[in-house]
Design a protein around this ligand. Structure first.
Ligand code: PLP
Length: 360
């Protein structure tokens, strides 16, 4: 029977993509071998790589003065990659703290510079929220501004588009990339681990404005150096070829759905449905201010936490997997990335309503 995986990552991939990958697994394009066994330097894989990049560019309408890098190292790799590439001769950068991952980026950045931490966490009407961008106090000597538009654990989103003049904005889009339209031109660097909206873990996408290349610190490992990666078409070391190929299939799938604008609407419907059920009852609770609610990661609590265990057991038995909240937050969390169909959220909300009827 149908299983829906609400994991925050590695997350569900579109069923069609998995089916195609399965069919092609041992005999890719009639070569009698798997795509993961062919050389990344051969024309066959270079075709895969270039097509994936082009599709990704099309989906996000990435301007031509931006480079796209397919890297290793995940989001945490970029917590080091960003300062090592962008600091230049400066010793400080602005870091907006809006939650767990933004704070983790600060911790890593401290190895390379003195972050000016802008605490954006506020409480509005008793709910967790983020200060609007116009209230972020940038410093004069910062090399760049870093923030995280979607906090995967806290379930907090910052959907405003940055408008900070000449300041270079670097953003961790790991858990929200491709979920909604994005004005790439407002950013210096956008990065995202693939394992939520793009494909399997092991691949990291970096989008960098080309005038920011060439500034990496001497001690920057070559595999994190945007210039080295760009000069080598993201093949300075062996790239995660199978993940790159799968990401390419996901990009094609997303184009078939109508692209980012179309998935944006579906993501809104999914979020409205789930938050709607939570808000309608006293049995469930989400404590994030509506303006900052994440459409990708929806944490919620049961009024009676003694029921958490039975909720998780029964939901799992109903094919609704990985709903346990992050250990830092507790309760439940439903991650509803692009690959989660509306039917999956419908199945979850039907279960929640029925669970409340039986246990409320
Ligand atoms: N940034 C965000 C927003 C995340 O959600 C995560 C992981 O879930 C990370 C960074 C860390 O990513 P990785 O595990 O790929 O290093």
């Amino acid at each position: 029977s149908q299983v829906y995986n609400f994991s925050s990552g590695p997350a569900m991939l579109p069923a069609e993509v998995l089916k195609q990958a399965q069919q092609e697994l041992v005999d890719w394009q009639g070569l009698g071998t798997s795509v993961m066994e062919i050389s990344h330097r051969g024309k066959e894989f270079i075709g895969v790589a270039e097509e994936a990049e082009q599709d990704f560019r099309d989906l996000l309408q990435i301007p031509s003065n931006y480079k796209v890098l397919f890297c290793h190292g995940g989001g945490r790799g970029q917590f080091a990659g960003v300062p090592l590439n962008l600091l230049g001769d400066k010793t400080s950068a602005d870091y907006v703290d809006g939650g767990y991952w933004a704070a983790s980026a600060v911790k890593e950045a401290k190895k390379y510079c003195t972050p000016n931490v802008i605490d954006a966490k506020v409480t509005v009407d008793g709910l967790r929220a983020i200060k609007p961008m116009r209230e972020w106090q940038l410093s004069d000597n910062a090399a760049y501004l870093h923030y995280c538009p979607n906090e995967t654990i806290d379930g907090i989103a910052i959907e405003e588009t940055p408008d900070f003049g000449d300041a270079i904005v670097a953003a961790d889009f790991s858990s929200t990339i491709l979920s909604r339209p994005l004005d790439v031109s407002r950013y210096g660097v956008i990065y995202a681990g693939a394992q939520k909206n793009i494909g399997p873990a092991g691949l990291t996408l970096v989008v960098v404005r080309e005038d920011l290349l060439g500034k990496a610190h001497n001690a920057c490992p070559s595999i994190l150096d945007y210039t080295v990666l760009n000069d080598n078409d993201s093949m300075f070391n062996t790239p995660p070829t199978f993940a790159w190929y799968l990401a390419g299939l996901v990009f094609k799938w997303l184009k078939k759905q109508g692209g980012v604008a179309a998935i944006d609407q579906i993501n809104q419907q999914k979020a409205d449905l789930l938050y709607g059920v939570i808000d309608k009852s006293d049995f469930y609770r989400n404590d994030v201010s509506p303006a900052n609610r994440s459409r990708m990661n929806v944490p919620f609590q049961l009024a009676d936490s003694a029921l958490d265990k039975v909720f998780l057991e029964e939901s799992f038995a109903a094919g609704l997997h990985a709903l346990k909240g992050h250990r830092v937050v507790g309760g439940m969390r439903a991650s509803i990335y692009n690959a989660m169909p509306l039917a999956g959220v419908q199945a979850l909300t039907d279960f929640m309503v029925d669970f409340e009827r039986r246990h409320g």
